[in-house]
Each structure stands twice: as C-alpha cells, then as structure tokens.
Design a protein around this ligand. Structure first.
Ligand code: R1P
Length: 326
C-alpha cells in the first residue's frame, strides 16, 4: 500500500511556539485524560488550552466525555501538557492519527507520560470505582494484523524499527505512582469504601497492579470474550491506551497507566446467557428462574468517571509533583 505522508510535526510545533508563553513550551510530563476524566486538567494553573483544530495533523475526538484540546500549564512548578480527549481507532482515525499527539508530545520534550483510561474489570476482585496501575498489556489486534500503531515506514532515520515492550511500563514511574497513592491513602483520599489493601500481596501496597487487555471496540465484550481475556491473563479491558504506549516507547518516553474501573465485565457462565432452560420451563409450565443479563453502557462509564475523577486528579497531581522532585 502507498506510504503515508510524514505527519506535520514542524507545523504543529511552530503553532505551539507562537501560542505558548516560554514557561509552558517545554512540558516535562504529559497526561492523557481517559473517558470522563478531562477534569484532571483542573490541577493545572496558568493554563493555555489549544484546541486540536488549531494544530496540524490532529483529528477531532468524537467520543462523549472527551474534549478536543491540549491544555498546557503548571502542576506545582512542573510544566505539563494534558490531552483533553484522545483518539480511538474505532472512531475511524487512522492509526497514525491515534499515535500522532504522543509523538508530538515527545518532540515537545515530554519525559514521562501518565495515561488514564476507563476500563471494565475482568478480575472479579476489582470493585467499580477502584484504580488499577497497569504493569503489562495484552493487545490482540496488534498480534494479528496491521492495527499496530507502529506499522508503516519509520518516521525518520533515527526512529527504531523494532521496539521492545518487556519494560514498557516503567518501574521508576510506577514506583512514584505507588508512593503517591500510599501518601493519599494515608490522608484518606480514597475514601472509607476503597479496599486499598485487599488485593495487594503486602498490606502496604496501595493500588493493585494489573494487565490491560486492548480490544478494538466499539462493541463491548461478549461474556465468552470476557472469559477468554480473563483466562489469557488480563485483569481489565479497554479500547485505547496501547497505541499511545507504543508511540511513547518508540520515542523513549517513560510511562505509567492508571485505569479507573467503571464497570465489571459480564463474564457469566454460559447458562446465564442461554435462554433454552427458560423456554423449556415455559413449555412444560414449570416455575423457573428468569435470568436477567446485565449490560454495560457508556453513560455508566462516564458516571463512574464523574464520581471518581477527583480521586484520579489528586493521584495524577501527586505523581507529577513527585516526578518533578525526583
Ligand atoms: C467505552 O465506554 C469507552 O471508554 C473507554 C473505552 O476505551 C472506550 O473508548 O475509553 P478510554 O479508554 O478513552 O478511557
């Protein structure tokens, strides 16, 4: 297939140079706001928001709960840039468009990236509203075909062709997340209902670490798919993040991913989904048990986002301050 043209980094960088005051031009930390989490940007002061449509190469975020702007500002004294709205492949964006903002952030000088997202829990121990620190991923679309965000000609002569992922989720940044979470837990920020230590191998680990299953979406998983992903070792599932992780690792940016559990994936035993027993009960006039299947909706995802955005905001803010001081 025809090679895609080189993304217009120089043009976008020139626009930002014009729009941003000097103190915001070289952000140290990048933040990607997941579904319903654009309010993370409330941590920023001296904010300058640049709508995506002013920046060459950007698409428009079409999913409810995602804005379409980069927010530049300071957290503590650390210059940061937050993506208010991300691109998902299922919106119809080419993979290069999905990866483009992350590559641009790297060119701006971002050293660490904090990616947030909304996920369904496959691990039955994860409660709705809890936050999972991602330590690994399982990306079925990437294993099977040209949906890997790094497909295509390398961006430049010094772009690595092959990117190792065994260390994709930086131990250094994850350690800072756990320190920050521990501090916040001591201050009671997670609330009395948060089973902070229930999942941890030691009583002092404040957030569980888990594996993110990346699926293409936009359909949510069937119960059989949920069981499959769980059996394959995934703890949570979502339709974003992995293309961003790949783009960041290609550029040498260290990262951590924080997932907000917005629902439990329906992984019910197959009998729960099957209607045959109910129909037989009906036919023979027998009292049976009606089984109502649950479904998930994006409204529910956004609602949990609204309820827990403040906790996520405080966690991200604390991590940024720790990274700046380290
Ligand atoms: C589904 O409700 C949407 O929420 C999640 C899924 O990936 C999907 O896009 O969004 P983020 O991953 O962008 O947080």
């Amino acid at each position: 297939h025809a090679p895609e043209s080189v993304p217009p980094f120089a043009e976008a960088l020139a626009t930002l140079e014009q729009l941003l005051p000097a103190k915001l031009r070289t952000p140290r930390v990048g933040i990607v706001c997941g579904s319903g989490l654009s309010t993370l940007a409330k941590s920023l002061r001296d904010v300058v928001e640049v709508p995506y449509d002013k920046l060459a190469g950007f698409g428009k975020s079409t999913v409810q709960g995602h804005k379409s702007a980069l927010a530049f500002g300071l957290i503590g004294e650390v210059p940061v840039v937050a993506m208010l709205g991300r691109f998902h492949p299922y919106e119809g964006h080419p993979m290069r468009t999905v990866a483009y903002p992350i590559r641009l952030l790297a060119k701006l000088g971002v050293k660490e990236l904090l990616i947030t997202n909304a996920v369904g829990a496959l691990n039955p121990a994860y409660d709705v509203g809890s936050i999972v620190l991602i330590a690994d991923h399982l990306a079925l679309p990437n294993l099977a075909g040209p949906l890997n965000a790094l497909f295509g000609p390398p961006l430049s002569a010094d772009t690595p062709r092959f990117v190792p992922l065994s260390d994709a989720y930086s131990r250094r940044v994850r350690a800072q997340v756990l320190h920050a979470a521990y501090e916040l837990a001591k201050e009671g920020v997670f609330g009395a209902d948060a089973k902070l230590n229930a999942l941890a191998p030691t009583p002092t680990l404040p957030l569980p670490e888990g594996t993110y299953a990346y699926v293409a979406g936009p359909t949510y998983e069937t119960p059989a798919e949920g069981r499959f992903l769980r059996a394959a070792g995934a703890d949570v599932v979502g339709m974003s993040t992995v293309p961003e992780v790949l783009a960041a690792r290609e550029a040498g940016v260290a990262l951590a991913v924080l997932s907000l559990v917005t629902n439990k994936v329906v992984v019910g035993e197959k009998e729960e989904g099957w209607v045959a027993g109910e129909v037989v009960d009906e036919i023979v006039g027998r009292e049976g048990t009606r089984r109502v299947q649950e479904t998930v909706s994006h409204e529910e995802v956004l609602e949990v986002g609204r309820q827990r955005a403040e906790v996520m905001r405080q966690l991200v803010e604390r991590v940024v301050i720790r990274l700046g001081a380290a």
